[in-house]
Design a binder for this molecule. Structure first.
Ligand code: FE2
Ligand code: FE2
Length: 244
C-alpha cells in the first residue's frame, strides 16, 4: 500500500466508528486525488453526516467569534501576538482588531487567498476599513514599503524560492491598495504581522475581550445563524463535514 492508500485506509477505519458517513468536500482532497474520479459512498446502510460532527467539540447554539477561536480554529497565537504587537506599537483599535483576525481563514477555513476569505468572513461584522485592510494585506505583504520599514519577508524567500513572482492579480490588487485612503491600515497589518512569531510568548484571547466587544458586531442569533452574506461560511466552519 502506498502512503496515501494507508492514510485513506486509516481514515476509513476511523469513519467506520462514526454512525454517519462523512464524504469530504472536493476542495479538501483535490490534488491528493483526481477530483474527476467518482466518489463512491460506502454502501453500509448508514446515514450521511448532516450536522454536528461528533469528532469535534460541540459549539454553543449561538456561537460567538471567541467560540470559533477556542473550538474551531487551529493555532491562533500568531494572530493574538500580532494584535498585541500592534497595541504595543500604538496602533489604533481598528488595526488591532484587523490583526486579531487577519489570518482566520488559515486558522479555520481555506488557506489559499486567505486574506480575501478572511475579509469576507468578517465583513458583515466589522468596520469597512477593517475588512478592507484584511483583504489587501494578502497582496501588500509581497511588496516592501521603506517608509514604515517593511521589507520583503525573508521567510518568503525560504518558502517560495528566491525567484518567486506573485500572480498578476496580486500585483494589480497591491497597486490598487497602494493608492487607497485606507492603505496604511492594511500596511500596518503586514508591519505587525511579520515580527510576531514568538514561540515563548503566550497571549490569551481574554486580553481582547474589550477590543472584540467594541469592534465586532456579534449577531444575536450566533455566527452562522444570522442572515448575513457570510453566515454560511461560519456554518461550514462549525459543521465542516456536512453532506449538503
Ligand atoms: Fe496573512
Ligand atoms: Fe499573519
Amino acid at each position: 500500500m502506498s502512503t496515501l492508500q494507508k492514510a485513506e485506509a486509516a481514515e476509513h477505519a476511523l469513519s467506520e466508528e462514526l454512525d454517519r458517513i462523512v464524504l469530504k468536500s472536493v476542495i479538501y482532497t483535490s490534488g491528493e486525488r483526481d477530483p474527476r474520479q467518482p466518489v463512491v459512498r460506502p454502501d453500509n446502510g448508514k446515514l450521511v453526516m448532516m450536522g454536528h460532527d461528533p469528532r469535534l467539540p460541540k459549539m454553543p447554539e449561538r456561537p460567538t467569534l471567541m467560540d470559533f477561536f477556542r473550538l474551531r480554529f487551529g493555532p491562533t497565537q500568531h494572530m493574538m501576538q500580532s494584535a498585541r504587537l500592534a497595541q504595543k506599537n500604538g496602533a489604533g483599535e481598528k488595526v488591532v482588531m484587523a490583526c486579531l483576525v487577519h489570518d482566520i481563514a488559515i486558522a479555520g477555513f481555506i488557506r489559499g487567498d486567505h486574506g480575501y476569505w478572511a475579509a469576507q468572513l468578517v465583513e458583515p461584522y466589522v468596520d469597512d476599513e477593517v475588512a478592507w485592510a484584511i483583504r489587501y494585506h494578502q497582496a501588500l505583504r509581497f511588496f516592501p514599503d521603506e517608509s514604515v520599514g517593511y521589507a520583503y519577508p525573508q521567510m518568503y524567500v525560504k518558502l517560495f524560492g528566491a525567484d518567486y513572482k506573485v500572480d498578476p492579480y496580486i500585483e494589480r490588487d497591491a497597486q490598487y491598495a497602494r493608492n487607497h485612503k485606507w492603505y496604511m491600515t492594511s500596511r500596518l497589518i503586514c508591519v505587525n504581522d511579520l515580527y510576531s512569531f514568538d514561540p515563548t510568548l503566550r497571549v490569551e484571547l481574554d486580553e481582547f475581550t474589550d477590543v472584540i466587544g467594541r469592534n465586532f458586531r456579534q449577531p444575536k442569533e450566533g455566527l452562522g445563524f444570522d442572515d448575513s452574506p457570510s453566515a454560511h461560511m461560519w456554518r461550514t466552519i462549525n459543521w465542516p463535514s456536512k453532506y449538503l
